[in-house]
Design a protein around this ligand. Structure first.
Ligand code: PGA
Length: 251
């Protein structure tokens, strides 16, 4: 069975003190729950400290991005190995803000997925269509292209370390959540693609998170959808009182 997975993507928010306060609040309440997996994705400069603050807690820590290269003359970049070195266990790859604000394409994202897995990190591979793509009827085509490209060369055993996040670009940070039916359709389609790329058992075991304006008041409805196995939460992950109810709805 797929254990629900709730991840908080802090993006470029919080400072050292508020980040530590947030994880203290989460740590006290998440405790030893085993029916839901929780991870936070702090800005990379705070990763080390946040990973230490969460030591001994089941809450996992991840990076928001990594370089596709392992080391060398890549000014401003952070490698997957470096993330792992300071305590990250996961990394987000292909977030829509990376794709659309920083021009990351499918090939770069594929290389990042490989770099992350090779460094021992688990991966959340994000896919999702823009509003123009949805309105043109291209949603399936877009997410299929992104999924296939991101997973090219990834073996079935490695898929145990990959989570897929469906994040419609038009729902991210806009307050316009996909309806349960819209999310359900795309999640079922993605699971079908995973079955074709791998096998029925791999497809059945891979978690597919929904992301895009998830809040306490829509989490339960989204999480009740068969193929929705968790949430990737941005804005509502920045305060314990907003994030904890989302975790609680999903167990
Ligand atoms: P949001 O962001 O919850 O603020 O819409 C989600 C995401 O970008 O992962």
């Amino acid at each position: 069975m797929r254990i629900p997975f709730i991840a908080g993507n802090w993006k470029m928010n919080l400072d050292r003190r508020s980040a530590l306060e947030l994880v203290e609040g989460l740590r006290r309440r998440v405790g030893e729950r085993r029916d839901v997996e929780v991870a936070v994705f702090p800005p990379s400069v705070y990763l080390d400290e946040i990973a230490r603050a969460l030591m001994g807690s089941p809450i996992r820590v991840g990076g928001q991005n990594c370089c596709d290269e392992e080391s060398g003359a890549f000014t401003g970049e952070v490698s997957a190995t470096m993330l792992a070195d300071v305590g990250a266990e996961l990394v987000l790859v292909g977030h829509s803000e990376r794709r659309h604000l920083y021009g990351e394409g499918d090939e770069l994202i594929r290389r990042k997925v490989h770099a992350a897995l090779d460094a021992g990190l688990d991966v959340i591979l994000c896919v999702g269509e823009t509003i123009e793509e949805r309105e043109a009827g291209h949603t399936e085509q877009v997410v299929a292209r992104q999924l296939r490209a991101g997973l090219e060369g990834i073996s079935a055993p490695e898929m145990a370390r990959v989570t897929v996040a469906y994040e419609p670009v038009w729902a991210i940070g806009t307050g316009h959540t996909a309806t349960a039916a819209q999310a359900g359709e795309v999640h079922a389609y993605l699971r079908g693609l995973l079955e074709g790329l791998y096998s029925e058992p791999v497809a059945a075991a891979t978690r597919i998170q929904y992301g895009g304006s998830v809040k306490a008041d829509n989490a339960a409805e989204l999480m009740a959808v068969t193929d929705v196995d968790g949430a990737l939460v941005g804005g509502a992950s920045l305060k314990p009182e907003a994030f904890l109810p989302i975790i609680e709805f999903s167990g």
